[in-house]
Each structure stands twice: as structure tokens, then as C-alpha cells.
Design a protein around this ligand. Structure first.
Ligand code: ADP
Ligand code: MG
Ligand code: MG
Length: 474
């Protein structure tokens, strides 16, 4: 899996020069982030962290990840429409996890009232690592699927140009020409535009629901720009704005500041800290509305770790996707071992196994955004403490994926340049639009490669651990 630039990795002068070119290229291309000190101002910005060099990715696994994306889109959509499955799967979790319980309550309330929404838009990102099996052959294993606020589709549309420049500077023009084109922001925008069109009101806007702290605004602006280019008006609002100025009319059309909203694109609302009482009320208002929510609350629930674990049970995929034998086989081939910690014999047994051999597993709560999982000694301690308590059902266990590391330089503002042993995670963006029962769009919209030093077990780009990368197919 070695990349064809191992020879330059230790040429310090060449690397230094390439790094300074890389940083300027990133700024020029718009691989940008607001700073930690001024997260809501664009007066001073910096480059988003990225690898100096692209990372080698086996082409067969890359193609496999693309090939299964439409299947995952169908699966997520099917789960979101399956009330009984969500209810049954999340029953134990919502008894102990307040956040999931609150989402679930809104889901049930909206269903009882009757869905006003008839157009559905899903934007997800299925993430994978390349597991090195016993014989050393890498296999594609899904880490998770993100069904809400999956980010970096914008910035990653601009990283290949940066890596292309770096390779040229290093005398690798031939390799530079082999870097893949990639534009998830366009694909995401096409989905949003389709949903907007089907909503059917020329004067209605697309609302990006954004967090109070908006360091990653440029990633979102990439998608916004694509919409403006199509003459679709975009507004950016926070939950607080919705609480203060949002309302529904008799037909449950959503208005904010007097503007009708056709599509609500959530870049917010995926972790407990996004919510106070008013924000929960705002969320409920949005969910009750006719506007296309991306995602609707059922689709957010379909992306929980508990659902992921339940999907790996024999027979579950068959029930959710009846008759789709080939899609099921493609999906299942990407599953790592996943284990329920529900109370009972099965949960007791796997808890004991994980306590005895924690390095085989990852312990995952129902959280997003990186930095929440437990590994090794910490996993053992926590699991030991909760092994006989229902609290354990707020977690799932997963086999730990062990990829083959590769050397690279991680470029981060204000950090010294040093070579690190790294592992990568590949994400594929999925976009789909459904009108009532009919799928009108189902696509893979591009990819994201993120890379981190092996000493960090967890964490994404936003969490400050991983950095943006580009795949170099080998
Ligand atoms: P989140 O929703 O917080 O992103 P993830 O399931 O993606 O949760 O886990 C966060 C990070 O932890 C991943 O990006 C990956 O680096 C690491 N990780 C998660 N699951 C595994 C696993 N099974 N094996 C190895 N690393 C994992
Ligand atoms: Mg996630
Ligand atoms: Mg993740």
C-alpha cells in the first residue's frame, strides 16, 4: 500500500519547501477555517489542517465504498420510515440516554400528529477504515454512518488541487495528474436544490441551521455558493432565531422573519450541548413543519450507534430491505463486529470478554463529533463499573479496526512540521431525495479522506485530531 513518494519523505529541505507551498495553496484554494480564538469572525482566518501528501488507498476498497453508497442511502431511508424498528431498537437506549430519548419523543410526537412533510432529503456520510486482517490484506470496514451534519464536503472539494501542487513541487507530476476530481459540495447542493424544487415555492428559501460557534463556516459556504449559483436563496439561522422568530401557518408552512422556508439543512443539533429548553422547542417546531428537513428526526435516529449495532444482527437487513439480496450482501460485507450491551446473557458475555481483552474493542456511546469513545484501559474501567447496571445499554461495543499505518506530515497552524505515523478514514457522501414513496434521487456525491496520527485513538477534524487528506489510489 506504499505511495510512490517514500523517497522524498526524509528529504528535509524538499519537505520544508513543499510545506510552505502547500499552506499558501490551501489558503488560495479556500481550505479555510476560522480560528479558535475568534471562532465567529472572518477577519482572521487560517487554513484547515491537512496532510502534506495524499495517502495511498487501495483502489478496490475505494470502489467498493462508492459501490455500496446507494445501498446505504436506501437503508437509512428505509429505517427512517420504519417506526416499529426504531421503537424496538432504541427501547433500551432511551431508558438511560436522555438525549436519544428526547429526540425519540419528538419523533413520536410528530408521527402522532401526522407528518406534514412529503419531500425527504438525506445527506449522509458513511465512514470506513481499512482493516488489516491476519493475512495483511486490507478490508473495507464501516466505522459509522453520519446522518446529520456530516461535514467537510465543502473543504474536501478543494484539497486535491493543493495536493496536486505539492506533488508537482516534489517532482511527481505524473502522480499529481492521477489525483481524483472530487466535489461533494456540488452533489450536496444538487440534493438540496432538488428538494427545494419539489417543495414547490419559488419564493421559499433554504435555511442552514448553524451552531452558535461557527469555526467551520467556509465548509458550509461552499455548499451555500452552489445554491446561490442556482438562484436559490440561502439564509443562516440558529435554533435561537427559530425559537424567537419561527412560526407555522395553518398548512404548517414554516416561516422565519416572514420568509417561507422550503428546506432546513442541519449543521447543528447532533449533540446534547446544542440544546437547551428553547432549542428543543425550536427543534419540535421545525420537525412539525412542512419544510424538508435534512435530516428529519427519524433519519437522525437512524444514524445512532445503537441502530448500527442492531443492523449487524442476522436477519435485520433482510427485514429492512426485503428482496434486495445483492444490496444486503454489499452492505454486510462492510460491517465490523458489533455487539449489544443490552441487559441479559448476550450482553453479560460480551461485557466480560471486553473487560478481559479491552484492546480488541471500542466502547461507543450515542454521541457524535468525535472524542466520545472509550478504548483500552479506560474502556475496561468504565465497563467494569457499569457492567451490572442498565447504564451499559447506552453504549455499544465494536471490534477495533486496525489499519496499516503510513508516514505523512500533518500541517496545522502554529505547529512544527514533523513526520507522523498515520492512519486514514475514508468517507463517502450519500445524497437522496424521496417524494412520498418514490425515490427521485439516489447518489454517491464524493468522498472525504481524513488522516490522524496513530497515537490518537479517536476524534475527527473538527475535534482537532484528524486532518484533511486526498486519496491516491494504488
Ligand atoms: P463519531 O460519531 O463521534 O465520529 P465514530 O464512531 O466515528 O464516532 O468514532 C470516532 C473515531 O473513533 C473515528 O473517527 C475513528 O478514528 C475511531 N473509531 C471509531 N470506531 C472505531 C473502530 N471500530 N476501530 C478503530 N477506531 C475506531
Ligand atoms: Mg458520527
Ligand atoms: Mg465519526
Amino acid at each position: 500500500m506504499a505511495a510512490p513518494w517514500e523517497d522524498v519523505l526524509r528529504d528535509e529541505a524538499a519537505i520544508q519547501e513543499a510545506a510552505s507551498v502547500a499552506v499558501d495553496a490551501a489558503l488560495l484554494e479556500g481550505v479555510l477555517m476560522r480560528t479558535e480564538r475568534e471562532p465567529n469572525a472572518s477577519d482572521v482566518v487560517n487554513y484547515a489542517p491537512f496532510t502534506l501528501l495524499p495517502s495511498a488507498v487501495p483502489s478496490t476498497l475505494f470502489e467498493q465504498a462508492y459501490a455500496v453508497q446507494q445501498d446505504f442511502n436506501l437503508l437509512v431511508d428505509a429505517i427512517s420510515q420504519n417506526k416499529e424498528f426504531l421503537e424496538h431498537t432504541l427501547a433500551s437506549t432511551i431508558k438511560v440516554d436522555d438525549f436519544t430519548a428526547q429526540l425519540f419523543r419528538i419523533h413520536m410526537q410528530v408521527l402522532e400528529e401526522g407528518l406534514a412533510q412529503s419531500v425527504f432529503l438525506g445527506i449522509n456520510r458513511s465512514d470506513y477504515m481499512f482493516d488489516c486482517g491476519v493475512d495483511g490484506t486490507p478490508a473495507l470496514k464501516q466505522i459509522e454512518i453520519n446522518t446529520i451534519a456530516a461535514s467537510f464536503g465543502g473543504l474536501t472539494s478543494r484539497t486535491a488541487a493543493v495536493h496536486g501542487r505539492v506533488l508537482k513541487v516534489l517532482g511527481k507530476s505524473e502522480e499529481a495528474s492521477r489525483l481524483l476530481p472530487n466535489n461533494p459540495s456540488k452533489g450536496l447542493a444538487l440534493g438540496i436544490a432538488k428538494a427545494w424544487e419539489l417543495y414547490g415555492s419559488q419564493s421559499a428559501v433554504v435555511m442552514f441551521l448553524v451552531e452558535e460557534v461557527q469555526r467551520n463556516i467556509f465548509d458550509q459556504r461552499c455548499v451555500e455558493n452552489e445554491l446561490w449559483n442556482r438562484n436559490i436563496r440561502v439564509i443562516r439561522k440558529r435554533f435561537r432565531d427559530v425559537f424567537e422568530k419561527g412560526s407555522l401557518d395553518d398548512a404548517k408552512r414554516l416561516y422565519i422573519d416572514g420568509q417561507e422556508v422550503a428546506v432546513v439543512y442541519y449543521r447543528e443539533g447532533y449533540v446534547p450541548k446544542n440544546y437547551d429548553q428553547q432549542n428543543w422547542e425550536a427543534r419540535l417546531l421545525l420537525e412539525r413543519s412542512r419544510a424538508v428537513k435534512c435530516p428529519d428526526i427519524a433519519t437522525q435516529l437512524a444514524g445512532t450507534k445503537k441502530v448500527q449495532q442492531e443492523l449487524s444482527r442476522p436477519g435485520t437487513l433482510e427485514r429492512l430491505l426485503p428482496g434486495r439480496t445483492e444490496a444486503i450482501a454489499r452492505i454486510r460485507a462492510t460491517f465490523a463486529g458489533l455487539y449489544s450491551l443490552d441487559m441479559g446473557e448476550e450482553g453479560d458475555k460480551i461485557a466480560a470478554t471486553a473487560i478481559a481483552d479491552p484492546d480488541r474493542f471500542v466502547l461507543k456511546p450515542q454521541r457524535e463529533g468525535g472524542g466520545n469513545n472509550l478504548y483500552g484501559e479506560e474502556l475496561r474501567q468504565v465497563l467494569e463499573k457499569i457492567r451490572d447496571s442498565p447504564e451499559r445499554t447506552s453504549y455499544i461495543l465494536m471490534d477495533k479496526i486496525k489499519p496499516q499505518p503510513a508516514m505523512n506530515y500533518l500541517l496545522r497552524a502554529h505547529s512544527p512540521l514533523q513526520v507522523s505515523e498515520c492512519i486514514s478514514e475514508l468517507g463517502i457522501f450519500g445524497v437522496y431525495v424521496r417524494q412520498d414513496k418514490e425515490m427521485v434521487m439516489n447518489k454517491a456525491a464524493g468522498h472525504l479522506l481524513r488522516t490522524k496520527a496513530i497515537e490518537h485513538a479517536d476524534g475527527g477534524v473538527a475535534a482537532g485530531v484528524a486532518v484533511l487528506d486526498s486519496p491516491y489510489l494504488v
